[in-house]
Design a protein around this ligand. Structure first.
Ligand code: AHR
Length: 500
C-alpha cells in the first residue's frame, strides 16, 4: 500500500469558500431546458410545467447559482423573444446549435424555476450580435423597480417585484471563431467595458464577469486576458475561465492527471490578472469565475449525426463513467485549493447536456459525476485550509508529474466539522494517508464516504441508475489526534470529522 501525508494547520488558511464555487449552468441547448427542467406535457410537470423530479435532484445538490441562458446560444439570443404571452413568442433559428428555439421558456420562467430550485441566477448578456442597448434593456427589465418602459413591461408580464439578479456575464467565449459575433480582444475589451459601465450606472449593486479564453489551448490565450482586462479592469469584478477535458486517447492515468493542467491554468490566469493590476497600479483585485468546467467527449461522435433544425435534440448527452467522476472530484479539489481567488464556478451543465442529472419521459437519474459534485456542495462550505499534500507522483503523458493523491481540507467552525476530500488516482494500489490532526484532537470521525468501482468505465443509466454510487464504508481512524485514512485505489473519498 502506498503511503502519503497531508499537512495542515488550522491557522494557515487559503480562504473562505464562496458558495458560488458550486454553481452550475443551464443553456438553451439540446434537452437542458426542454425536457430537462421544463416539460409541461410530461408526467412530472408542476403547474408551471417544471419537472418536479429534476427540481428534487437540483435541490439535493444545493446548487447555489445557475448560469443562463448560454453559452454559445446567448451570442445570437433576443431575450425579448422569451417574455410575455407564450402564444405571441416567435420561433427562431438558433445558429449556435443549429436547432429551432421555440422561446416557450424564457427569463421569467428561469427566474421562477430558480426560486423553486432554491438557487440564484447568473445571467449572461448577448455581446455577439448585440451590445450596450440590449444589456441595459435586459437589466432594466429585470432589476429596475418600476416606472420605466421595461420595468413596467415586466410588471405587465406578472412580475411586480424586480428579479434583482446580482451577477451578470458580459458575453460568452468571445475569443472563439465559432462564436456568433466573435471579436478581437480589443473589440471585446472595449465593448465589455462600455457595456459594463452602463450596466453598473443602472444598477451599482451588480457584479460583472468578463469573458476570458474559451480554453487554455486558444492561440490567443493570455494575451486575450491581458488585453481585455487592460480595457475593463476597473469595470468588471471577475474574469471567466472555461475548460473541458476528454479521455479520447483512452489513457486513464493521463486523463486523471488533467487536474494538474487545470491547476496550471488557474495560476496562469491569476498571473495575468495580477500583471494588469500592477500595470494599472490598481488597488482592485480581479477574481475568477470558472464558469464552464467538466468532462466532455463521450457524445462527440453521435452529435456529428444529428439532424439540423429540429427542436431539443439529444445533443451533448455524455454518459459519464467512474473515471469521469474521479476527475470531476479532482477538479473540485483543485478549485477549492484556490478558494481565495476562484469565487464562482459552474459545472457545465446541469441537466441532460454534459450533466450530472439525466431525464427521460419516464424519470430522472444521477450520473456518476453527480456524487463528487453533491459531496463538495454540501460538505465543502467553510474555510479552506492550506493543505500540503506529500504523495508519490506518476509520469503522465500530457502533464508530466502527477500526484497520486489530490486532497483539500475544509474547516467549518460554525458546524464544528472538518471535511477532507481526497482522490486516490492510483489504478493499482490502495493508499494510506496520515495527517497530524492534534489541533482537532477532540474531533471524531463521523463518516468516510467512498465512491469507487472495479470497472473505471462503469456508468449509471436509466435501467441501471445505481451501478456507481457512494457507500459510507471507508476506513479511517483518529488516534490521539493522528488521523489515518485508507483510500481505495481509484476512489473519491469524503472524510467527515465532527467536534463537540
Ligand atoms: O457548454 C457547452 C458549450 O461549451 C457552451 O455553449 C460554450 O460556451 C462552450 O464552448
Amino acid at each position: 500500500m502506498k503511503k502519503s501525508k497531508i499537512i495542515i494547520d488550522k491557522y494557515f488558511i487559503t480562504g473562505e469558500v464562496d458558495k458560488r464555487i458550486f454553481g452550475s449552468f443551464i443553456e438553451h441547448l439540446g434537452r437542458a431546458v426542454y425536457q430537462g427542467i421544463y416539460q409541461p406535457d410530461g408526467q412530472f410537470a408542476d403547474e408551471q410545467g417544471f419537472r418536479k423530479d429534476t427540481l428534487e435532484l437540483v435541490k439535493e445538490l444545493q446548487v447555489p447559482i445557475v448560469r443562463y441562458p448560454g453559452g454559445n446560444f446567448v451570442s445570437g439570443y433576443h431575450w425579448e423573444d422569451g417574455v410575455g404571452p407564450k402564444e405571441l413568442r416567435p420561433k427562431r433559428v438558433d445558429l449556435a446549435w443549429q436547432v429551432v428555439e421555440t422561446n416557450e421558456f424564457g427569463l421569467n420562467e428561469f427566474v421562477d424555476w430558480s426560486k423553486k430550485a432554491h438557487t440564484e441566477v447568473m445571467m449572461a448578456v448577448n455581446l455577439g450580435t448585440r451590445g450596450i442597448d440590449e444589456a441595459r434593456d435586459v437589466l432594466e427589465y429585470c432589476n429596475f423597480k418600476g416606472g420605466t418602459r421595461l420595468s413596467d413591461l415586466r410588471k405587465q408580464h406578472g412580475y411586480e417585484q424586480p428579479h434583482d439578479i446580482k451577477l451578470w456575464c458580459l458575453g460568452n467565449e468571445m475569443d472563439g471563431p465559432w462564436q456568433i459575433g466573435h471579436k478581437t480582444a480589443d473589440e471585446y475589451g472595449r465593448l465589455a467595458n462600455e457595456t459594463g459601465k452602463v450596466m453598473k450606472w443602472l444598477d451599482p449593486s451588480i457584479e460583472l464577469v468578463a469573458s476570458g479564453s474559451s480554453n487554455l489551448t486558444m492561440p490567443t490565450f493570455a494575451t486575450w486576458e491581458a488585453t481585455v482586462l487592460d480595457h475593463c479592469y476597473e469595470t468588471v469584478d471577475y474574469l471567466s475561465l472555461h475548460q473541458y477535458y476528454n479521455n479520447s486517447a483512452d489513457d486513464s492515468a493521463d486523463f486523471l492527471a488533467s487536474s494538474v493542467g487545470m491547476n496550471d491554468f488557474i495560476k496562469q490566469v491569476l498571473s495575468v490578472c495580477d500583471y494588469v493590476k500592477a500595470k494599472k497600479r490598481s488597488k482592485k483585485q480581479i477574481n475568477l469565475s470558472f464558469d464552464e468546467w467538466n468532462v466532455w467527449y463521450h457524445s462527440n461522435e453521435q452529435d456529428k449525426k444529428l439532424e439540423k433544425w429540429v427542436q431539443a435534440p439529444h445533443q451533448l448527452e455524455d454518459v459519464y463513467n467512474m473515471e469521469d467522476a474521479l476527475l470531476v472530484g479532482s477538479m473540485l479539489i483543485t478549485m477549492l485549493r484556490h478558494a481565495d481567488r476562484v469565487k464562482i464556478a459552474c459545472l457545465a451543465q446541469l441537466v441532460n447536456v454534459i450533466a450530472p442529472i439525466m431525464t427521460s419521459d419516464t424519470g430522472a437519474w444521477r450520473q456518476t459525476i453527480f456524487y463528487p459534485y453533491l459531496h463538495a456542495s454540501i460538505y465543502g462550505r467553510g474555510t479552506v485550509l492550506n493543505t500540503i499534500v506529500q504523495s508519490d507522483v506518476y509520469d503522465s503523458k500530457t502533464y508530466g508529474d502527477a500526484p497520486y493523491l489530490d486532497s483539500v481540507v475544509i474547516m467549518n467552525e460554525e458546524t464544528k466539522e472538518v471535511t477532507i476530500f481526497a482522490v486516490n488516482k492510483d489504478l493499482e494500489e490502495d493508499m494510506e494517508v496520515s495527517a497530524d490532526f492534534r489541533q482537532f484532537a477532540d474531533y471524531t470521525i463521523k463518516e468516510h464516504i467512498v465512491l469507487t468501482h472495479d470497472n473505471l468505465k462503469a456508468e449509471n443509466t436509466e435501467s441501471n441508475p445505481f451501478e456507481v454510487k457512494p457507500e459510507s464504508n471507508g476506513t479511517s481512524k483518529m488516534d490521539n489526534g493522528q488521523l489515518t485514512m485508507v483510500l481505495k485505489k481509484k476512489s473519491w473519498n469524503v472524510i467527515r470529522l465532527s467536534g463537540k
